[in-house]
Ligand binder design. Sequence first.
Ligand SMILES: Nc1ncnc2c1ncn2[C@@H]1O[C@H](COP(=O)(O)OP(=O)(O)OP(=O)(O)O)[C@@H](O)[C@H]1O
Length: 709
Amino acid sequence: MSDTDSSPSTSSSSSRQFSLSDIKSATNDFADELVIGRGGFGKVYKGSITDGESMTVAVKRLNSRSRQGAREFRTEIEMLSRFRHGHLVSLIGYCEELDEMILVYEYMPRGNFADHLHRSGKNYSAPLPWLRRLRICIDAARGLDYLHTGTSIQPDRAIHRDVKSSNILLDDYWDAKISDFGLCRLGPEDQAYSYVSTEVKGTFGYLDPEYFLTRRLTRKSDVYAFGVVMLEALCGRPAVDLSADEEQWGLAGWAQYCIREGRVDEIIDPSVREEIKKDCLMEFVQIADECLHNFPRKRPTMAEIVVRLGFALAMQEGKDSSIVVKPAKMALTLQEGEDSSDVVKPAKMTFTRKVQLYFLGATSVNSDTRPTNKVQRNYSSISYSISPFKDGAMSNNKDGILAQELPSGGQTLTPSFKQFTFSELKSITKNFNKERILRIEPHVVAYKGWIDEKTYTPSDVGVGMAVVVKEITLNGFQDSGLRQILEFMRNCSHPYLVKLLGYCTESDRFGVNQTFLVHEYMQKGSLDNHLFRKGTEPLSWPIRLKIAIGAAQGLAFLHTVEKQNMYSKFEATNILLDKDFNAKLSDFGMQELYGAGDPSSYDPLYYVPGAGPKFISDFRAGLLSRKVDVYDFGIVLLQILVCRREVGEFWARTYYSTPEMELQQRIPLRAARRIAVLVLQCLSTEPSLRPSMEDVLLNLETIEKETST
Ligand SMILES: Nc1ncnc2c1ncn2[C@@H]1O[C@H](COP(=O)(O)OP(=O)(O)OP(=O)(O)O)[C@@H](O)[C@H]1O
């Protein structure tokens, strides 16, 4: 999109139109003594309007010789009529009469952040304390996050293009708001799209070098500029200072150089040096440094910045100091194939190797993987055989256990499934006794029963191995669904997936086919029961983290299997728990049963509470990939964190802004914040920015390690 084809039309729907005489009387005919600021746009006056009551306002009068022009004037009105938020300055109205173009804003009595940092202007009285600087940064980050991502009610997104400390204004209570939207551009939902500007705009010192070089504008250019503002807050220096030594002219370059050289102390504003706690400083510096990353994609999103600055604030305020050791960089992968030299990544190969070993059914698997031994024992107790088997046709060996051939035709072990007879199932479930019913779903009734561990023949209550017999009542399922599941399960033996033991097909007396699947039984049922059921004692944090890791293991494994395996509808009900709260995934490959086969059949807003933006953006991008599972996993992770069913992307961003969240959940602050960032990444509205499940898993394992030490 070029600069010229995105011009919004003036909208006056939510702002008032003033006459020139109203404005003149408000500003005492533009009296010089009422001038409170000067910008590229022209002079800004303090004024007073009466609309029933008298109200103090800031009046910006367009300088007719200004290089900025009518276009910026209209953009400002359009944007501020559309975007209304506690951390964006409110537009009260405008005036367009004769040659005059005037904007009327809420008045921000403490002026702009730059004046306080750089000790200029009449609002400056004393150096700002560090805590205040930090809070101002958080407020501004919230405003920008809103601008970048919108809300469920207001889905528009925009890029500010002129983020700088003089565009952060302060009210009586030092609450900060972003101002000056004249250069703002409405942005597409998908960050992968960008504008190609015909003319680079912004302010020197804050300009993203990548944007400057390529003219490709994304939200990450705002993130770059915000990084410079953070450095201004830390160093108390302007973005460009030509009175300093030459190597210090540009704040970003100089500060980054010092950070990399380990000379952070040198850049800190002496007036706050004694106040900043070390942990807070390290987190703050790290965020600023990441904002200035050369590759825009590697810069954090504003939502992540809000969360991480909140983390820094908590450290400064001394909350949870026993847990905070030192901020470690998250192992975040934003884009596959990108240079990751500066991103700490825990042993990726180890995991991939683990996956391969499981996938191939090899007998020696890393001992650090919890259920390995158990699963190997189970596998070895089932008889395996290799027999000629083409096109997914099934054949039974003499024990009635389905034997299959791997595509390679080699001697690799693969689990085989027993074909149960209907009378065996009757005996396992005590004639499908109602009391044995575990769960009833639209097309599935699940019964509990027992079988002999070795032969899989029926046994008495409590003897041998507990199983779940699922009766599938979907018409026609036997023909395609069963084949699909068996084919799928053949590739998917993994300790974090609920194991399929066998199946049965039977025609009833009316000739209607019935299908049954026999699974291992998971003693503690599904995760949703533990998270959402009223009156249930919340699971301890280590157990919840262990469950999240187990589920991530399962999903990461599914995503590594060659075929395009994904849930398309992953939920807490898909996570089952054994007696020790080890998590395993169920119902994968059952899209047909659960209606996940055709995504176009979903009502995006109905799909999963709060999942709207993800589905809409995936739809628009013509994309329904494994990243949908990642999104859903993010929702489940959030549910695990807060023990609440109704959560979504917007809910998460709002929730993470509240400092109480860790206290409510009794989770170590450090873990809560790290997971918060991970959740936000999984919920990114742009699928390509979501991490892979493998990276999610690695991050969760890192969090587990950090909080257990
Ligand atoms: N709503 C307001 N309340 C109080 N002061 C304001 C308000 N709006 C602007 N100002 C003051 O006027 C100054 C100039 O504002 P303006 O937005 O025109 O320029 P700028 O952002 O500093 O520069 P440029 O327009 O070149 O980017 C601000 O820095 C601030 O000190």
